[in-house]
Design a protein around this ligand. Sequence first.
Ligand SMILES: Cc1cc2nc3c(=O)[nH]c(=O)nc-3n(C[C@H](O)[C@H](O)[C@H](O)COP(=O)(O)OP(=O)(O)OC[C@H]3O[C@@H](n4cnc5c(N)ncnc54)[C@H](O)[C@@H]3O)c2cc1C
Length: 416
Amino acid sequence: MKKKYSIFNIARNAFSNHENWQKMWRSPEPKKNYDVIIIGGGGHGLGTAYYLAKEHGLTNIAVIEKGWLGGGNTGRNTTIIRSNYLWDESANLYEHSLKLWEGLTHDLNYNVMFSQRGVMNLAHTEHDIKEIKRRVSANTLNGIDSKWISKEEIKKLVPIMNTDNLRYPVLGASFQPRGGTARHDTVAWGYAMRADEMGVDIIQNCEVHKILTENGKVIGVETSKGIIQSKKVGVVASGHTSVLAESAGIRLPLQSKPLQALVSEPIKPVIDTVVMSNAVHAYVSQSDKGELVIGAGTDGYNSFTQRGGFDVVENTIRAMVELYPVFGKMKMLRQWGGIVDISPDASPIISKCDIQGLYFNCGWGTGGFKATPGSANVFAHTVAKNEPHSINAAFSLDRFVSGKLVDEHGAAAVAH
Ligand SMILES: Cc1cc2nc3c(=O)[nH]c(=O)nc-3n(C[C@H](O)[C@H](O)[C@H](O)COP(=O)(O)OP(=O)(O)OC[C@H]3O[C@@H](n4cnc5c(N)ncnc54)[C@H](O)[C@@H]3O)c2cc1C
Protein backbone atom coordinates (compact mmCIF):
# COMPACT_ATOMS: atom_id res chain seq x y z
CA MET A 1 0.00 0.00 0.00
CA LYS A 2 1.27 3.48 -0.87
CA LYS A 3 2.60 5.21 2.23
CA LYS A 4 1.17 8.67 2.60
CA TYR A 5 2.62 11.49 4.64
CA SER A 6 0.10 14.08 5.74
CA ILE A 7 -0.56 16.28 8.73
CA PHE A 8 -3.34 13.85 9.79
CA ASN A 9 -0.97 10.89 9.67
CA ILE A 10 1.58 12.73 11.81
CA ALA A 11 -1.14 13.65 14.34
CA ARG A 12 -2.53 10.08 14.42
CA ASN A 13 0.93 8.58 15.00
CA ALA A 14 1.73 11.15 17.68
CA PHE A 15 -1.00 9.54 19.82
CA SER A 16 0.87 6.20 19.73
CA ASN A 17 4.31 7.75 20.40
CA HIS A 18 5.27 7.26 16.73
CA GLU A 19 5.65 3.53 17.33
CA ASN A 20 3.21 2.38 14.64
CA TRP A 21 4.61 3.99 11.50
CA GLN A 22 4.76 1.50 8.66
CA LYS A 23 8.35 0.51 7.70
CA MET A 24 9.50 2.57 4.70
CA TRP A 25 10.79 -0.49 2.86
CA ARG A 26 10.98 -4.24 3.47
CA SER A 27 14.23 -6.10 4.21
CA PRO A 28 13.80 -9.25 2.11
CA GLU A 29 16.28 -12.09 1.70
CA PRO A 30 17.58 -12.13 -1.88
CA LYS A 31 15.77 -14.35 -4.39
CA LYS A 32 17.80 -16.69 -6.62
CA ASN A 33 17.01 -14.78 -9.79
CA TYR A 34 16.02 -11.27 -10.83
CA ASP A 35 15.27 -9.60 -14.16
CA VAL A 36 17.63 -6.76 -13.20
CA ILE A 37 20.20 -6.35 -10.43
CA ILE A 38 21.35 -2.85 -9.52
CA ILE A 39 24.60 -2.70 -7.53
CA GLY A 40 24.62 0.33 -5.23
CA GLY A 41 21.91 1.74 -2.99
CA GLY A 42 22.73 5.41 -3.44
CA GLY A 43 20.35 7.91 -5.02
CA HIS A 44 21.30 6.96 -8.58
CA GLY A 45 20.85 3.19 -8.01
CA LEU A 46 17.58 3.49 -6.09
CA GLY A 47 16.27 6.03 -8.59
CA THR A 48 17.13 3.66 -11.44
CA ALA A 49 15.09 0.88 -9.79
CA TYR A 50 12.21 3.33 -9.26
CA TYR A 51 12.10 4.44 -12.92
CA LEU A 52 12.60 0.86 -14.18
CA ALA A 53 9.47 -0.12 -12.25
CA LYS A 54 7.46 3.03 -12.87
CA GLU A 55 8.24 3.74 -16.51
CA HIS A 56 9.31 0.36 -17.91
CA GLY A 57 7.12 -2.09 -15.98
CA LEU A 58 10.08 -4.09 -14.64
CA THR A 59 9.55 -4.96 -10.99
CA ASN A 60 11.54 -8.18 -10.47
CA ILE A 61 14.54 -6.08 -9.47
CA ALA A 62 17.08 -6.21 -6.64
CA VAL A 63 19.07 -3.22 -5.44
CA ILE A 64 22.11 -4.60 -3.63
CA GLU A 65 23.89 -2.33 -1.17
CA LYS A 66 26.96 -3.30 0.83
CA GLY A 67 26.17 -0.88 3.67
CA TRP A 68 23.07 1.19 4.30
CA LEU A 69 20.97 3.22 1.85
CA GLY A 70 22.51 6.57 1.06
CA GLY A 71 25.64 5.77 3.11
CA GLY A 72 27.88 6.47 0.12
CA ASN A 73 28.29 9.81 -1.59
CA THR A 74 24.53 10.40 -1.62
CA GLY A 75 24.65 11.02 2.12
CA ARG A 76 28.04 12.72 2.08
CA ASN A 77 27.68 15.54 -0.40
CA THR A 78 27.06 19.27 -0.09
CA THR A 79 23.79 18.95 -2.07
CA ILE A 80 24.38 21.68 -4.63
CA ILE A 81 21.97 21.44 -7.57
CA ARG A 82 22.36 23.39 -10.82
CA SER A 83 22.34 22.81 -14.57
CA ASN A 84 24.65 25.59 -15.85
CA TYR A 85 27.09 23.30 -17.71
CA LEU A 86 28.93 24.40 -20.84
CA TRP A 87 28.29 21.84 -23.55
CA ASP A 88 24.85 21.07 -25.04
CA GLU A 89 25.13 17.39 -24.06
CA SER A 90 25.73 18.18 -20.37
CA ALA A 91 23.24 21.05 -20.30
CA ASN A 92 20.54 18.68 -21.62
CA LEU A 93 21.37 16.01 -19.05
CA TYR A 94 21.58 18.30 -16.02
CA GLU A 95 18.57 20.37 -17.09
CA HIS A 96 16.55 17.14 -17.50
CA SER A 97 17.54 16.40 -13.94
CA LEU A 98 16.70 19.88 -12.65
CA LYS A 99 13.22 19.63 -14.18
CA LEU A 100 12.71 16.27 -12.43
CA TRP A 101 13.93 17.82 -9.14
CA GLU A 102 11.25 20.49 -9.54
CA GLY A 103 8.52 17.83 -9.40
CA LEU A 104 10.23 15.18 -7.25
CA THR A 105 8.58 15.87 -3.89
CA HIS A 106 5.20 15.63 -5.59
CA ASP A 107 6.16 12.61 -7.68
CA LEU A 108 7.39 10.66 -4.63
CA ASN A 109 4.85 12.19 -2.22
CA TYR A 110 7.84 12.62 0.06
CA ASN A 111 9.50 15.90 0.88
CA VAL A 112 13.02 16.00 -0.57
CA MET A 113 13.33 19.59 0.71
CA PHE A 114 14.34 20.94 -2.69
CA SER A 115 15.11 24.61 -2.16
CA GLN A 116 15.64 26.81 -5.23
CA ARG A 117 17.67 29.50 -3.51
CA GLY A 118 19.96 30.12 -6.50
CA VAL A 119 23.59 29.19 -7.18
CA MET A 120 26.37 31.71 -7.74
CA ASN A 121 29.74 30.93 -9.39
CA LEU A 122 32.27 33.65 -8.56
CA ALA A 123 34.78 35.13 -11.00
CA HIS A 124 38.10 36.28 -9.51
CA THR A 125 40.28 36.84 -12.59
CA GLU A 126 39.98 38.07 -16.18
CA HIS A 127 40.13 34.46 -17.29
CA ASP A 128 37.28 33.53 -14.92
CA ILE A 129 35.17 36.37 -16.34
CA LYS A 130 35.70 35.15 -19.90
CA GLU A 131 35.04 31.50 -19.02
CA ILE A 132 31.95 32.25 -16.94
CA LYS A 133 30.46 34.70 -19.46
CA ARG A 134 31.00 32.15 -22.21
CA ARG A 135 29.17 29.60 -20.10
CA VAL A 136 26.31 32.02 -19.38
CA SER A 137 25.90 32.58 -23.15
CA ALA A 138 25.93 28.84 -23.83
CA ASN A 139 23.38 28.32 -21.05
CA THR A 140 21.13 31.03 -22.47
CA LEU A 141 21.21 29.35 -25.89
CA ASN A 142 20.14 26.12 -24.17
CA GLY A 143 17.23 27.82 -22.38
CA ILE A 144 18.91 27.59 -18.97
CA ASP A 145 18.26 30.45 -16.54
CA SER A 146 21.82 31.65 -16.10
CA LYS A 147 22.91 35.29 -15.98
CA TRP A 148 26.01 37.39 -15.30
CA ILE A 149 25.76 39.55 -12.17
CA SER A 150 28.03 42.41 -11.11
CA LYS A 151 29.97 42.79 -7.89
CA GLU A 152 27.33 45.24 -6.64
CA GLU A 153 24.55 42.70 -7.28
CA ILE A 154 26.58 40.02 -5.46
CA LYS A 155 26.94 42.35 -2.47
CA LYS A 156 23.17 42.82 -2.37
CA LEU A 157 22.59 39.06 -2.39
CA VAL A 158 25.40 38.20 0.05
CA PRO A 159 26.23 41.28 2.16
CA ILE A 160 28.72 39.37 4.36
CA MET A 161 31.04 38.64 1.41
CA ASN A 162 34.40 40.39 1.29
CA THR A 163 34.71 41.29 -2.39
CA ASP A 164 37.70 43.65 -2.48
CA ASN A 165 40.17 43.19 0.31
CA LEU A 166 41.51 39.75 -0.61
CA ARG A 167 44.16 38.13 -2.77
CA TYR A 168 41.68 37.25 -5.55
CA PRO A 169 39.06 40.04 -5.54
CA VAL A 170 35.50 39.17 -6.56
CA LEU A 171 34.83 40.62 -10.02
CA GLY A 172 31.36 39.27 -10.77
CA ALA A 173 29.55 35.94 -10.96
CA SER A 174 27.13 33.80 -12.86
CA PHE A 175 23.82 33.20 -11.12
CA GLN A 176 21.28 30.46 -11.73
CA PRO A 177 18.12 31.28 -9.77
CA ARG A 178 16.57 27.81 -10.26
CA GLY A 179 19.61 26.12 -8.72
CA GLY A 180 19.76 25.32 -5.02
CA THR A 181 19.95 22.43 -2.61
CA ALA A 182 17.95 19.40 -1.43
CA ARG A 183 18.10 17.16 1.63
CA HIS A 184 20.38 14.34 0.42
CA ASP A 185 19.18 11.26 2.32
CA THR A 186 15.49 11.95 1.67
CA VAL A 187 16.20 11.42 -2.01
CA ALA A 188 17.54 7.92 -1.34
CA TRP A 189 14.73 7.16 1.12
CA GLY A 190 12.00 8.52 -1.17
CA TYR A 191 13.12 6.48 -4.17
CA ALA A 192 13.65 3.39 -1.96
CA MET A 193 10.19 3.58 -0.45
CA ARG A 194 8.36 4.02 -3.74
CA ALA A 195 10.46 1.37 -5.53
CA ASP A 196 9.79 -1.07 -2.68
CA GLU A 197 6.04 -0.43 -3.00
CA MET A 198 6.25 -1.49 -6.64
CA GLY A 199 7.94 -4.78 -5.68
CA VAL A 200 11.66 -3.93 -5.89
CA ASP A 201 13.75 -5.90 -3.33
CA ILE A 202 16.17 -3.62 -1.49
CA ILE A 203 18.93 -5.72 0.03
CA GLN A 204 21.22 -3.90 2.44
CA ASN A 205 24.38 -5.22 4.15
CA CYS A 206 25.12 -7.37 1.11
CA GLU A 207 28.39 -6.79 -0.73
CA VAL A 208 28.89 -7.74 -4.36
CA HIS A 209 32.29 -9.42 -4.65
CA LYS A 210 32.23 -10.30 -8.33
CA ILE A 211 30.23 -9.76 -11.49
CA LEU A 212 29.71 -13.17 -13.09
CA THR A 213 29.92 -13.56 -16.86
CA GLU A 214 29.78 -16.45 -19.33
CA ASN A 215 30.51 -16.32 -23.07
CA GLY A 216 30.48 -12.52 -23.14
CA LYS A 217 27.19 -12.25 -21.28
CA VAL A 218 26.43 -11.30 -17.69
CA ILE A 219 24.82 -14.08 -15.64
CA GLY A 220 24.66 -12.63 -12.15
CA VAL A 221 26.69 -11.55 -9.16
CA GLU A 222 28.56 -13.25 -6.35
CA THR A 223 27.68 -11.58 -3.06
CA SER A 224 28.24 -11.95 0.68
CA LYS A 225 24.77 -13.58 0.70
CA GLY A 226 25.57 -16.03 -2.11
CA ILE A 227 25.17 -16.03 -5.87
CA ILE A 228 22.24 -14.10 -7.33
CA GLN A 229 21.43 -14.61 -10.99
CA SER A 230 20.35 -12.04 -13.53
CA LYS A 231 20.80 -11.39 -17.24
CA LYS A 232 21.02 -7.64 -16.60
CA VAL A 233 23.29 -5.95 -14.05
CA GLY A 234 23.57 -2.18 -13.60
CA VAL A 235 26.61 -0.96 -11.67
CA VAL A 236 25.96 2.32 -9.84
CA ALA A 237 28.63 2.14 -7.15
CA SER A 238 30.35 5.56 -7.55
CA GLY A 239 33.96 5.38 -6.24
CA HIS A 240 33.92 1.56 -6.23
CA THR A 241 32.62 1.09 -9.78
CA SER A 242 36.08 0.53 -11.28
CA VAL A 243 36.77 -2.25 -8.74
CA LEU A 244 33.53 -4.02 -9.66
CA ALA A 245 34.18 -3.53 -13.38
CA GLU A 246 37.59 -5.13 -12.96
CA SER A 247 35.93 -8.25 -11.52
CA ALA A 248 34.26 -8.63 -14.93
CA GLY A 249 37.55 -7.98 -16.74
CA ILE A 250 36.76 -4.38 -17.71
CA ARG A 251 39.14 -1.49 -17.10
CA LEU A 252 37.18 1.76 -16.81
CA PRO A 253 38.82 5.18 -17.32
CA LEU A 254 38.13 6.28 -13.74
CA GLN A 255 40.18 7.54 -10.82
CA SER A 256 38.83 7.23 -7.27
CA LYS A 257 39.73 10.03 -4.88
CA PRO A 258 38.50 11.27 -1.51
CA LEU A 259 36.47 14.48 -1.60
CA GLN A 260 35.78 16.26 1.66
CA ALA A 261 33.11 18.46 3.18
CA LEU A 262 32.48 19.96 6.58
CA VAL A 263 29.75 21.69 8.56
CA SER A 264 29.89 24.42 11.18
CA GLU A 265 27.93 24.88 14.36
CA PRO A 266 24.39 26.12 13.57
CA ILE A 267 23.87 29.89 13.44
CA LYS A 268 21.05 32.25 12.49
CA PRO A 269 20.45 32.73 8.74
CA VAL A 270 23.36 34.62 7.15
CA ILE A 271 23.45 33.35 3.60
CA ASP A 272 20.35 32.42 1.63
CA THR A 273 21.88 31.31 -1.64
CA VAL A 274 24.68 28.93 -2.67
CA VAL A 275 28.07 30.51 -3.40
CA MET A 276 30.82 28.64 -5.21
CA SER A 277 34.32 29.73 -6.07
CA ASN A 278 36.50 27.50 -8.21
CA ALA A 279 39.49 29.83 -8.06
CA VAL A 280 39.92 29.99 -4.29
CA HIS A 281 38.07 26.71 -3.77
CA ALA A 282 35.37 27.50 -1.26
CA TYR A 283 31.71 26.54 -1.51
CA VAL A 284 29.07 27.38 1.01
CA SER A 285 25.36 27.20 1.66
CA GLN A 286 23.41 27.22 4.90
CA SER A 287 21.35 24.21 5.92
CA ASP A 288 17.83 24.48 7.30
CA LYS A 289 19.30 23.72 10.73
CA GLY A 290 21.61 26.74 10.36
CA GLU A 291 24.91 24.93 9.78
CA LEU A 292 27.23 26.27 7.12
CA VAL A 293 27.76 23.44 4.64
CA ILE A 294 31.22 23.81 3.15
CA GLY A 295 32.74 21.86 0.28
CA ALA A 296 36.46 21.24 -0.02
CA GLY A 297 38.46 19.66 -2.85
CA THR A 298 39.74 16.24 -3.78
CA ASP A 299 43.04 14.86 -2.57
CA GLY A 300 45.83 14.86 -5.12
CA TYR A 301 46.11 11.06 -5.13
CA ASN A 302 43.87 8.01 -5.51
CA SER A 303 42.53 6.40 -2.37
CA PHE A 304 39.54 4.45 -1.04
CA THR A 305 39.56 5.82 2.50
CA GLN A 306 36.48 7.87 3.30
CA ARG A 307 38.46 10.76 4.70
CA GLY A 308 40.85 13.19 3.07
CA GLY A 309 44.06 15.11 3.66
CA PHE A 310 44.09 17.81 6.33
CA ASP A 311 45.88 20.27 4.02
CA VAL A 312 42.84 20.26 1.70
CA VAL A 313 40.44 21.28 4.48
CA GLU A 314 42.94 23.82 5.75
CA ASN A 315 43.12 25.51 2.32
CA THR A 316 39.35 25.61 2.07
CA ILE A 317 38.93 27.16 5.52
CA ARG A 318 41.59 29.75 4.66
CA ALA A 319 39.66 30.72 1.52
CA MET A 320 36.36 30.79 3.42
CA VAL A 321 37.68 33.13 6.08
CA GLU A 322 39.15 35.43 3.44
CA LEU A 323 35.85 35.59 1.55
CA TYR A 324 33.67 35.79 4.67
CA PRO A 325 35.78 37.27 7.52
CA VAL A 326 32.74 37.06 9.81
CA PHE A 327 33.07 33.23 9.80
CA GLY A 328 36.54 33.47 11.35
CA LYS A 329 35.41 32.74 14.89
CA MET A 330 33.04 29.90 14.08
CA LYS A 331 33.57 26.32 15.20
CA MET A 332 33.45 23.46 12.74
CA LEU A 333 31.36 20.52 13.95
CA ARG A 334 32.00 17.66 11.55
CA GLN A 335 34.24 16.83 8.62
CA TRP A 336 34.07 13.77 6.38
CA GLY A 337 35.01 12.37 2.98
CA GLY A 338 33.46 10.35 0.19
CA ILE A 339 35.12 8.44 -2.65
CA VAL A 340 34.36 10.09 -5.97
CA ASP A 341 34.97 8.51 -9.38
CA ILE A 342 36.48 10.98 -11.81
CA SER A 343 36.55 10.42 -15.58
CA PRO A 344 39.12 12.02 -17.94
CA ASP A 345 36.65 14.64 -19.26
CA ALA A 346 34.90 15.29 -15.90
CA SER A 347 31.67 13.95 -17.41
CA PRO A 348 29.70 10.86 -16.40
CA ILE A 349 29.58 7.45 -18.04
CA ILE A 350 26.04 6.10 -18.60
CA SER A 351 26.57 3.20 -20.89
CA LYS A 352 26.36 -0.41 -21.85
CA CYS A 353 29.64 -2.21 -22.56
CA ASP A 354 31.10 -5.14 -24.50
CA ILE A 355 29.62 -7.64 -22.05
CA GLN A 356 25.97 -8.21 -22.93
CA GLY A 357 23.62 -7.21 -20.11
CA LEU A 358 26.21 -5.20 -18.16
CA TYR A 359 25.62 -1.46 -17.75
CA PHE A 360 27.54 1.31 -15.96
CA ASN A 361 26.38 4.58 -14.44
CA CYS A 362 29.45 6.24 -12.95
CA GLY A 363 32.09 8.94 -13.39
CA TRP A 364 29.96 11.56 -11.64
CA GLY A 365 33.02 12.73 -9.80
CA THR A 366 32.43 15.66 -7.51
CA GLY A 367 29.07 16.67 -8.95
CA GLY A 368 26.57 13.85 -9.38
CA PHE A 369 24.06 14.61 -6.64
CA LYS A 370 22.40 17.26 -8.78
CA ALA A 371 22.03 14.67 -11.53
CA THR A 372 20.36 12.00 -9.38
CA PRO A 373 16.83 12.03 -10.86
CA GLY A 374 17.95 12.68 -14.45
CA SER A 375 20.72 10.11 -14.38
CA ALA A 376 18.48 7.46 -12.84
CA ASN A 377 15.77 8.21 -15.36
CA VAL A 378 17.93 7.86 -18.49
CA PHE A 379 19.90 4.92 -17.04
CA ALA A 380 16.63 3.04 -16.45
CA HIS A 381 15.84 3.62 -20.13
CA THR A 382 19.29 2.36 -21.15
CA VAL A 383 18.97 -0.81 -19.07
CA ALA A 384 15.36 -1.53 -20.04
CA LYS A 385 15.79 -0.94 -23.79
CA ASN A 386 19.44 -1.96 -24.10
CA GLU A 387 20.12 1.31 -25.89
CA PRO A 388 20.87 4.83 -24.64
CA HIS A 389 18.20 7.45 -24.15
CA SER A 390 18.84 10.38 -26.53
CA ILE A 391 19.95 12.42 -23.49
CA ASN A 392 22.72 10.01 -22.44
CA ALA A 393 23.90 8.85 -25.87
CA ALA A 394 26.88 11.22 -25.70
CA PHE A 395 27.95 9.75 -22.36
CA SER A 396 28.71 6.24 -23.63
CA LEU A 397 32.01 4.48 -23.05
CA ASP A 398 32.91 4.60 -26.75
CA ARG A 399 33.72 8.32 -26.45
CA PHE A 400 37.04 7.32 -24.90
CA VAL A 401 37.83 5.40 -28.08
CA SER A 402 36.44 7.90 -30.60
CA GLY A 403 37.87 10.92 -28.74
CA LYS A 404 34.47 12.67 -28.76
CA LEU A 405 34.84 13.82 -25.17
CA VAL A 406 32.43 16.13 -23.33
CA ASP A 407 35.04 18.20 -21.54
CA GLU A 408 33.39 19.88 -18.57
CA HIS A 409 36.51 20.65 -16.54
CA GLY A 410 35.54 24.35 -16.44
CA ALA A 411 31.99 23.70 -15.19
CA ALA A 412 32.58 20.51 -13.22
CA ALA A 413 36.21 19.76 -12.29
CA VAL A 414 36.59 20.30 -8.57
CA ALA A 415 33.37 22.30 -8.48
CA HIS A 416 30.15 20.64 -7.30
C1 LIG B 1 32.13 15.63 0.01
C2 LIG B 1 31.31 15.55 -1.26
C3 LIG B 1 30.62 16.66 -1.70
C4 LIG B 1 29.85 16.61 -2.85
N1 LIG B 1 29.11 17.69 -3.21
C5 LIG B 1 28.26 17.60 -4.27
C6 LIG B 1 27.38 18.70 -4.55
O1 LIG B 1 27.34 19.69 -3.85
N2 LIG B 1 26.57 18.59 -5.64
C7 LIG B 1 26.60 17.49 -6.44
O2 LIG B 1 25.88 17.48 -7.44
N3 LIG B 1 27.39 16.41 -6.16
C8 LIG B 1 28.20 16.44 -5.08
N4 LIG B 1 29.01 15.37 -4.78
C9 LIG B 1 29.00 14.18 -5.65
C10 LIG B 1 27.78 13.31 -5.35
O3 LIG B 1 27.69 13.06 -3.98
C11 LIG B 1 27.86 11.98 -6.10
O4 LIG B 1 28.19 12.21 -7.46
C12 LIG B 1 26.54 11.25 -6.06
O5 LIG B 1 25.96 11.29 -4.79
C13 LIG B 1 26.73 9.82 -6.50
O6 LIG B 1 25.56 9.09 -6.22
P1 LIG B 1 25.54 7.53 -6.43
O7 LIG B 1 24.18 7.05 -6.08
O8 LIG B 1 26.06 7.22 -7.80
O9 LIG B 1 26.67 7.00 -5.45
P2 LIG B 1 26.63 6.61 -3.90
O10 LIG B 1 25.65 7.39 -3.13
O11 LIG B 1 28.04 6.61 -3.43
O12 LIG B 1 26.08 5.13 -3.97
C14 LIG B 1 26.87 4.03 -4.39
C15 LIG B 1 26.61 2.91 -3.41
O13 LIG B 1 27.25 1.74 -3.89
C16 LIG B 1 27.58 0.98 -2.75
N5 LIG B 1 28.59 -0.01 -3.13
C17 LIG B 1 29.89 0.20 -3.50
N6 LIG B 1 30.51 -0.96 -3.76
C18 LIG B 1 29.58 -1.94 -3.56
C19 LIG B 1 29.61 -3.36 -3.64
N7 LIG B 1 30.73 -4.01 -4.00
N8 LIG B 1 28.48 -4.05 -3.36
C20 LIG B 1 27.34 -3.40 -3.00
N9 LIG B 1 27.26 -2.06 -2.88
C21 LIG B 1 28.35 -1.33 -3.17
C22 LIG B 1 28.11 2.02 -1.77
O14 LIG B 1 28.07 1.54 -0.43
C23 LIG B 1 27.16 3.19 -2.02
O15 LIG B 1 26.10 3.25 -1.08
C24 LIG B 1 29.80 15.39 -3.63
C25 LIG B 1 30.49 14.26 -3.18
C26 LIG B 1 31.22 14.33 -1.99
C27 LIG B 1 31.94 13.10 -1.52
